[in-house]
Ligand binder design. Structure first.
Ligand SMILES: O=C(O)c1ccccc1N[C@@H]1O[C@H](COP(=O)(O)O)[C@@H](O)[C@H]1O
Length: 212
């Protein structure tokens, strides 16, 4: 089946970057609700960015061990928010909202993806990331050859992707979607509309080149 690879651009902080991502064909935009991240937003800032999104572009709220009240406030304020849990949340923490969510998994040689999938039966997707110091957004690629198990729902490939390596990632992993943050930044936490466009163009070119 020919299947286009969905694109999530994460850690946006500026309206111009949001607009560039939408124009370039991004399917989802990540809003970071993790105070320790250089990409962190207040709820107010996140609402203003989310208001710019046209239909069919999904706002994604990224949380790391957030207090339930914080998740609840974001769900109330941003219609259609897809949750991304990127910390040590238990399956119960992720599922208590009765809302679709992405569960981030740091992929190590010993990681059992099927077990992760079993523990998160209601996740929309597993988001596969590199193990990094802290929780994520570290721009590190993991060893894609570790992905030998297929999971019973879609995966999102992330971790150190950029316009130069994303085609290889798509070819190796065949993910439902790819997710990028550091790889579209000119300096830590500062997005570049040009790099966003280059990343999206590389994904579209990879899809056009591959029979999937
Ligand atoms: O972006 C962050 O600052 C962040 C902080 C804490 C957890 C996750 C974070 N970002 C997510 O990390 C992956 C990989 O990002 P990168 O492309 O390697 O920089 C991605 O899913 C981001 O959404």
């Amino acid at each position: 089946m020919n299947q286009r690879t969905r694109i999530k651009i994460c850690g946006l902080r500026e309206a111009a970057d949001v607009d560039a991502a939408v124009e370039a064909g991004a399917d989802a935009l990540g809003l970071v609700f993790y105070a320790k991240s250089v990409r962190a937003l207040s709820l107010d800032q996140a609402c203003h960015l989310a208001e710019r999104l046209p239909p069919f572009v999904t706002p994604v709220g990224l949380f790391v061990n957030a207090a339930p009240a914080e998740v609840e406030a974001a769900l109330r304020a941003i219609p259609g928010l897809l949750l991304q849990f990127h910390g040590d949340e238990t399956p119960g923490d992720c599922e208590r909202w009765g809302r679709p969510y992405l569960r981030a998994v740091a992929v190590r040689p010993e990681t059992d993806l099927l077990d992760c999938a079993r523990r998160h039966p209601r996740a929309q997707a597993l988001l596969l990331d590199a193990p990094v110091e802290g929780y994520g957004g570290g721009g590190k690629v993991f060893d894609w050859s570790l992905l030998k198990t297929s999971v019973p729902y879609p995966v999102v490939l992330s971790g150190g992707l950029n316009a130069d390596n994303v085609a290889d990632g798509i070819r190796c992993v065949r993910p439902w979607a790819v997710d990028v943050s550091s790889g579209v930044e000119i300096s830590r936490g500062v997005k570049s509309p040009d790099l966003i466009r280059r990343f999206c163009a590389a994904v579209h070119a990879a899809d056009a080149a591959h029979t999937r």
